[in-house]
Design a protein around this ligand. Sequence first.
Ligand SMILES: O=C(CO)[C@@H](O)[C@H](O)COP(=O)(O)O
Ligand SMILES: [Fe+2]
Length: 220
Amino acid sequence: MPQPPLIAPSILSADFARLGEEVRAIDSAGADWIHIDVMDGHFVPNITIGPAVVKALRPHTAKPFDVHLMISPVDQYVQAFADAGADIITVHPEAGPHVHRTVQLIKSLGKKAGVVLNPATPAKMLDYLIDEVDLVLVMSVNPGFGGQSFISSQLRKIEAIAKMIAKSGRAIDLEVDGGIDTITAPQAVNAGANVLVAGTASFKGGADRYAANIRELKGQ
Ligand SMILES: O=C(CO)[C@@H](O)[C@H](O)COP(=O)(O)O
Ligand SMILES: [Fe+2]
């Protein structure tokens, strides 16, 4: 692997009855960011957590909160997640009519803005957004659930986006989300990703395993 990737454990795979404790444990285990999946049962077929939970978790770690919004409409909730303690807010272009405006809104709140591409959404979607975003998140599963299998066709898209980022001359994170494990992590990194979301692979085996899980995902 080139540079070891940053690991953003998705708390979707944590024990929801003990979320604060789980966030502290995964922080101590070496998580770089904490990935928070927000689902509304409308944009995606699952319901998870809202800004109140993000706010409640904020005192449990100083690590960046990487908030993945899978909600539609999205604009009216951005401020609430920013106020709750999000550091990075990522949105799907399909979740609102004016994704460029949504990105500007996130940045106006002093937060890093990311755009998320579903498996069927082409890299071309970024042509007129790449100069505005701080992060691009490539979904390597269809959004809605943890524990799905990595869709390998997304590796070509990661490579294409890595080239777009290099051409832009800006420091833009390239994050991959879904089905990341010790086999797919190096594939995503070799394709150009520098941040990997991992839910199942970070939280498997209980708290005693978290540090080893994260080290293995980093290829260390
Ligand atoms: O956004 C999503 C799913 O919609 C993800 O962040 C998953 O939570 C990742 O889970 P694993 O595939 O790593 O188990
Ligand atoms: Fe996610």
